[in-house]
Design a protein. Structure first.
Length: 275
C-alpha cells in the first residue's frame, strides 16, 4: 500500500487517479478547492482518504497543507502535481488577469508544491514526484500560447529538480498526456475573440473546438493507470508521453528542432573563441 498526495482531485485526471488508487487499497491525501466534491469517496473509503481544501495559488496554504498531510499520514510515497488551469486564446486576446492566473496556477503552484514536499521526502529517505505537464510541454498549437508557456516552463524546472534530488533517492517523472476525454479541453477558460484572428490559424483552431472537431483520443482511465504503473519503474522515467496524439506531436516537434539545430551546426561552431 502506498500513500499519495494529489492536487486538483475534484475532477478530471485527479479524480480518476484518486478513485483508482482507493479502489486498489492505497491511501490518498486529496487536495481541492471544493472539498464536498469527494464526499462520495469519503463515505466509501473512510480514513484511507484524507481531504484538505487547497488553492495552489496561495503559497502559505500549500506549506500548511503539506505539513498537515505528513503529520496526519506519517509518510507520503508519491506527490502528484496535477492541479492546473487552461487558458484558450491568442496571445493578443488574453487579459492580464487570465495570464496571471495561468502562471500562478501552472508554474508557481507546481513549484511550491515540490518545494513544500522535498524536506519531508528527504527526511523519509525516498519518494516519487509526478509532475503533470502535457504534450503541449514539447509541442505547440495556436491559441494555447500561455498554456504552452507554463508547461514548457515547468518541464525545464522539473527536469532540473530531477537532477538535484536523485541523490536523495527521490525520483521525478514529467507526464505529458495528449487530449483526454475528461472535459479539460472544452472547459478551458477562453479569452474574448478578436475578429482580426478569425481567418488565421488561431481562428481555425477555435472553430475546431467550437464544432467539437478537435481530436480527443486519450482515455482518462488508461492514462491514470499508466501514471500509477510508472511509480513501479526504477529509476523513475524522466518523461512519460501518454496518448497517440502526444507521441506524434512530441516526436514531430523534437525531430523538427533537431533538424534545425543540425542545420546550424557550422554557425554555432564558428562563434567559439579562437585560441
Amino acid at each position: 500500500m502506498r500513500t499519495w498526495f494529489i492536487t486538483g482531485s475534484s475532477a478530471g485526471l485527479g479524480r480518476t487517479l484518486t478513485e483508482k488508487l482507493l479502489k486498489r487499497g492505497d491511501r490518498v491525501a486529496a487536495t481541492l478547492r471544493k472539498t464536498h466534491a469527494l464526499d462520495d469517496l469519503k463515505a466509501e473509503y473512510g480514513d484511507r482518504l484524507w481531504i484538505a481544501q487547497l488553492d495552489v495559488t496561495h503559497i502559505p496554504a500549500i506549506h500548511q497543507v503539506m505539513q498537515d498531510a505528513f503529520n496526519a499520514l506519517g509518510r507520503i510515497d508519491v506527490i502528484v502535481n496535477n492541479a492546473g488551469y487552461g487558458l484558450f486564446g491568442s496571445v493578443e486576446e488574453a487579459s492580464d488577469d487570465q495570464i496571471r492566473k495561468q502562471i500562478e496556477t501552472n508554474i508557481m503552484g507546481s513549484i511550491q508544491i515540490i518545494r513544500a514536499a522535498l524536506p519531508y521526502l528527504r527526511a523519509q529517505g525516498e519518494g516519487r514526484i509526478i509532475q503533470l505537464s502535457s504534450a503541449g510541454g514539447q509541442a505547440t498549437y495556436p491559441n494555447y500560447g500561455y498554456y504552452h508557456m507554463t508547461k514548457w516552463g515547468i518541464e525545464g524546472f522539473a527536469e532540473t529538480v530531477a537532477k538535484e534530488i536523485s541523490i536523495f533517492n527521490i525520483g521525478l517523472t514529467i507526464v505529458e498526456p495528449g487530449a483526454l476525454r475528461n472535459g479539460f479541453v472544452s472547459n478551458m477558460d477562453s479569452a474574448t475573440p478578436m475578429e482580426v484572428y478569425a481567418q488565421t490559424p488561431a481562428g481555425e483552431v477555435r472553430r475546431l473546438i467550437q464544432n467539437n472537431a478537435f481530436p480527443i483520443p486519450g482515455d482518462p482511465e488508461k492514462t491514470a493507470q499508466a501514471i500509477i504503473d510508472s511509480v513501479d519503474v526504477t529509476p523513475a522515467p524522466l518523461r512519460l508521453a501518454l496518448g497517440p496524439d502526444a507521441y506524434t506531436a512530441i516526436r514531430s516537434s523534437l525531430v523538427s528542432r533537431l533538424d534545425s539545430l543540425d542545420a546550424q551546426k557550422d554557425i554555432a561552431m564558428s562563434t567559439k573563441v579562437e585560441e
